[in-house]
Design a protein around this ligand. Structure first.
Ligand code: ATP
Length: 317
C-alpha cells in the first residue's frame, strides 16, 4: 500500500461523522445548500448558527429522520439510511424538540429505551436522574415541567454510554446550574472516548466544551474552525484616553487596527494580532488610561451573522 493510501485509510478511520454536499429542500424552501462536515473521533464539535440556519434539519438527516434532497452522509462509517437499529444503539440523540410518550412515567420510558438497546444503560438511569435532580420518575410525563422533560431527554441520550452523542440545543429549558452539569457530562463522555456533535446558539457553552465549531448560516457552512483560533480571531476591544485631543486619521489603517473612532480625547478600536503599531502611534501622545478586552465568541459570531445581511442590504441599494 502506498503511503498516500495508508494516510487515506487512517484519516477515514478517524472520521465519525461526515456529510458531503447535503442539500435539503422543503418544497420551495432550501433549508440546506451543500453542507460539508467532518467530525473526528473523540472531539466535541459545536454546530452553531442563528435560528432557521438549518441545524436541526442537518441533525435529523444524520439520524435518518429526514432524507436529503442531494448529497451524502456517513455516521460511524455507515449511511444513516442503512444503519438501522444497530447504528441507532451506538448513538445517543437528544432532539431539540422532545416528543415523549405522555402517558408513560419517566421510569417506564427510560427502561423501555434500555430494552431497545439490549439492556444497556438501565443501571445509569437512577444515578443520572439523581445528578440532574429528576425526582419524579414515577409520575406521568405529561405532568412534568419542560425542564424535567429535558432531563429525561438527556438521560436517555447518555445512559447507554454511546460512541457518538448528537445533541440538538441540549441546554434548552435547564437552569444555569444544570446547564453546567450537562457540560460536565459532555466532557466526561469525551474523556471516556465518545465523540460529541452538539448544536447550540448559546455560544458560551460551545466555547466551554468544543474543540472545533462549524458555523452555519442560511443552509451553508460559512466557517469550520478551532475554537482557540476563533477566539484569537475575535480580537480585542481597545480604549485609550489621551491628555490632549487626537486625530482618528493617525490610527485608521494601522496594521491590525479596525473600526477606529475618536471622540475628543478617547480612542476606541478593535485590535487583531500584535498591538505594536497601535502602541507606537499612541506613544506619540500622553496616554492617560488604556484597556484591552478580549472579545467573546458571541461577538465574533454576530459579525458572521451580520456581515452578509449588511452586504445584501448594500447590494440591494
Ligand atoms: P432553530 O435554531 O430555530 O431551531 P435551525 O438552525 O435548527 O433553527 P431548521 O429548523 O433546520 O433551522 O430550519 C431551517 C430552515 O428550514 C428554516 O428556514 C425553516 O423555516 C425551514 N424548515 C424547517 N422545517 C421545515 C418544514 N417541515 N417545512 C418547511 N420548511 C421547514
Amino acid at each position: 500500500m502506498s503511503s498516500k493510501s495508508v494516510r487515506h485509510v487512517q484519516e477515514h478511520a478517524d472520521v465519525v461523522l461526515r456529510t458531503e454536499g447535503i442539500v435539503k429542500d422543503y418544497g420551495a424552501v432550501r433549508a440546506l445548500d451543500g453542507v460539508d462536515l467532518e467530525v473526528h473521533r473523540g472531539e466535541v464539535f459545536g454546530f452553531v448558527g442563528p435560528n432557521g440556519a438549518g441545524k436541526t434539519t442537518a441533525i435529523r438527516i444524520l439520524l435518518d429522520l429526514l432524507r436529503p434532497t442531494a448529497g451524502k452522509a456517513e455516521v460511524l462509517g455507515l449511511a444513516p439510511a442503512e444503519g438501522g437499529p444497530e447504528l441507532r444503539r451506538r448513538i445517543g440523540y437528544l432532539p431539540g424538540e422532545l416528543k415523549l410518550c405522555k402517558q408513560a412515567t419517566a421510569s417506564q420510558l427510560l427502561s423501555y429505551y434500555a430494552r431497545l438497546r439490549n439492556g444497556r444503560g438501565g443501571e445509569l438511569i437512577k444515578p443520572l436522574a439523581r445528578r440532574f435532580g429528576l425526582e419524579e420518575l414515577d409520575r406521568p410525563i405529561r405532568t412534568l415541567s419542560e425542564g424535567n422533560k429535558q432531563k429525561i431527554g438527556i438521560i436517555q441520550a447518555f445512559m447507554h454510554e454511546p460512541e457518538l452523542l448528537v445533541l440538538d440545543e441540549p441546554s434548552g429549558g435547564l437552569d444555569p446550574l444544570l446547564q453546567r452539569e450537562l457540560l460536565d457530562l459532555v466532557l466526561e463522555a469525551q474523556a471516556a472516548g465518545a465523540t460529541v456533535f452538539m448544536s447550540s446558539h448559546v455560544l458560551s457553552e460551545v466555547e466551554a466544551v468544543a474543540g472545533r465549531v462549524a458555523v452555519i448560516r442560511q443552509g451553508r457552512i460559512v466557517d469550520t474552525e478551532d475554537v482557540r483560533t476563533l477566539r484569537h480571531r475575535a480580537g480585542q476591544h481597545v480604549e485609550m484616553q489621551f491628555a490632549e485631543p487626537v486625530a482618528v486619521e493617525e490610527f485608521r489603517g494601522l496594521p491590525g487596527v479596525e473600526n477606529a473612532t475618536v471622540k475628543d480625547r478617547a480612542l476606541t478600536c478593535l485590535l487583531y494580532d500584535e498591538p505594536d503599531a497601535l502602541l507606537k502611534v499612541a506613544a506619540r501622545h500622553h496616554v492617560v488610561t488604556w484597556s484591552a478586552q478580549l472579545r467573546t465568541l458571541e461577538e465574533l459570531f454576530l459579525d458572521y451573522y451580520r456581515a452578509p445581511v449588511e452586504k445584501e442590504a448594500a447590494d440591494a441599494q
